[in-house]
Design a protein around this ligand. Structure first.
Ligand code: NAP
Length: 494
């Protein structure tokens, strides 16, 4: 179905309503927000097979993956609802007055409050979990913010169906009119109008570096700059350390062939760069990885644009000096399918050529052969910010390797040992973000309930009497929220 781009007048109307809704929604209790989020989860489930079929048609993703992703989205809504209600995310600090001090210390209490209407850009590669009712939307609702979705044009109908589920939940929970809106747009002008609207107070995005950085720049160039949380490209380096590689090069290669091609390589955590030190074990690894890749059958990518970009970016990488093709799938790729491909190059070539540092979004990875440990450290030091970095290593490999370890830690948001970066657990300890260009703000995560804090800001109340304070800051603590009172973390009342 073809949807028509919203006009500037329509966007203005949506934003005016969102602004009015903000002043009503922010006053609702944490429980009311949480109940709304749980109601969205129920409505999403109630969309049944029709939603899965629509998403299959629009994204080429297989049924099992989409069912799993919907379950993950429902889990996100429910678990962030629980976190919203539990209230730890409010970061409450209370320092009681001390008249005996000179000068007297006033009563000071701090908590997080919502920013205002949030624009969320649906991600092409996660039609449920990072789109209309996905992680960013759940976090913004939990924080107390209305949400305006910019639907991804590649799955506009899926997005429309989920949007209707959200509106149904909003109606059932008596949410203010304007708490949620769904905006279609196949041109960048729609995104620009949303990000630059004066009533927009924050943005959440997952996608390309070019898109994410553009939104970030628009957000910063406004008369009133706003935070833009863009989660962008990452090549997720994997370092193969010598002792580990010697012990299990074939097993690691098999594990990585599966990770590189999972979901046709269309994950932001796809391992696009593998780095080892020249040795017989590394040659074994490369040979086994190549053999595995040959047997992986190409599959359709999310949309023709992504498939075209994959072919172009891969061709560009393969044309670079000192880059060789190790293996491609033995099955020809049909139209819009991604042909699994492994390339290889030297540490020197990688250090000299920024093209090899760029994301090739799809089933592709390049193995970099360093001449020695020092060159591997240089490669680590010259990497841009990443969502993840992985070590395949024994304890021996890690000990006495401080310079290398510090270099890797310095560039990543999630540091993985002896596993694969694909698969992002939704839990409080997760960090899905990383130094630029992986994301525009490395201090925040887009997965896990800590993501709620992206859409809130601190306010501190000084010298207010108990009865005038917001309920969460009053002496009584009926919901048992964890609060830091006079430097001690406690759930007690005061
Ligand atoms: P995209 O081009 O970044 O688009 C994502 C969303 O942002 C769309 O709604 C798009 O709107 C909007 N957008 C993009 N550029 C914009 C701009 N300059 N101004 C305003 N809005 C803009 O991502 P995609 O279409 O999903 O895929 C394209 C490429 O992005 C992929 O080939 C891949 O390289 C990369 N990607 C990376 C990840 C990751 O997690 N690392 C995930 C998905 C995609 P319009 O369509 O209306 O322009």
């Amino acid at each position: 179905m073809k949807y028509i781009d919203f006009t500037n007048e329509e966007i203005n109307e949506v934003m005016n309503k969102a602004w009015t809704a903000f002043h009503q929604y922010r006053k609702l209790s944490l429980k009311q927000r949480a109940d709304f989020m749980r109601a969205i989860a129920v409505e999403m489930e109630a969309c049944g097979d029709e939603l899965i079929n629509t998403a299959m048609k629009e994204t080429n993703l297989p049924e099992a993956r989409l069912r799993g992703e919907r379950a993950r989205t429902i889990f996100q809504l429910n678990s962030y609802a629980a976190a919203c209600e539990e209230g730890t995310w409010l970061d409450i600090r209370i320092d009681t007055a001390n008249g005996g001090k000179t000068p007297p210390k006033p009563d000071i209490r701090k908590m997080l409050v919502p920013l205002g209407p949030v624009i969320v850009f649906g991600a092409s590669n996660f039609p449920f979990a990072y789109s209309t009712a996905g992680g960013d939307t759940a976090c913004a609702f939990a924080a107390g913010c209305p949400v305006i979705i910019k639907a991804h044009p590649a799955h506009a109908e899926t997005s429309e169906t989920v949007a209707n589920a959200i509106l149904k939940a909003a109606g059932k929970c008596n949410m203010p009119d304007g708490i949620f809106a769904h905006v279609h747009g196949g041109s960048v002008e729609v995104g620009k109008a949303l990000v630059t609207h004066p009533y927009t107070k924050a943005v959440g995005f997952t996608g390309s570096f070019l898109g994410g950085k553009q939104l970030f720049d628009w957000g910063n160039q406004r008369k009133e700059p706003i935070p833009v949380f863009s989660e962008m490209g990452s090549i997720n380096p994997v370092f193969l350390l010598p002792e580990k590689l010697q012990q299990s090069s074939a097993d690691i290669a098999k594990m990585y062939a599966a990770s590189i091609t999972l979901g046709v390589g269309q994950f932001c955590t796809n391992p696009g760069l593998i780095i080892g030190i020249e040795s017989g074990a590394l040659q074994n690894f490369i040979a086994t990885l190549g053999e595995e890749i040959k047997h992986i059958v190409p599959a359709a990518m999310l949309h023709p644009g992504i498939s075209k970009l994959f072919s172009e970016n891969k061709a560009k990488a393969l044309l670079q000096q000192d880059v060789t093709t190790v293996a491609v799938s033995e099955t020809d790729a049909k139209e819009n399918q991604g042909l699994p491909t492994i390339a290889s190059s030297t540490g020197q070539a990688f250090l000299n050529n920024p093209v090899l540092h760029q994301e090739v979004f799809g089933p592709y990875s390049i193995v970099i052969r360093c001449k020695d440990k020092d060159e591997m450290i240089e490669v680590a030091k010259n990497l841009e910010g990443q969502l993840t970095a992985t070590l395949m290593a024994t304890e021996n490999d890690i000990s006495n390797n401080d310079e290398f370890m510090e270099a890797v830690k310095n560039i990543c948001g999630r540091f993985i040992l002896n596993s694969v970066p694909t698969g992002v657990e939704v839990c409080l300890s997760m960090h899905h973000g990383g130094p630029f260009p992986a994301s525009t703000d490395s201090r925040f995560t887009s997965v896990g309930a800590d993501g709620i804090k992206r859409f809130a800001r601190p306010i501190c109340f000084q010298n207010w009497s108990n009865d005038l304070l917001p309920v969460e800051l009053k002496n009584q603590n009926p919901s048992g929220i964890w609060r830091t009172i006079n430097n001690e973390l406690t759930r007690s009342s005061l």
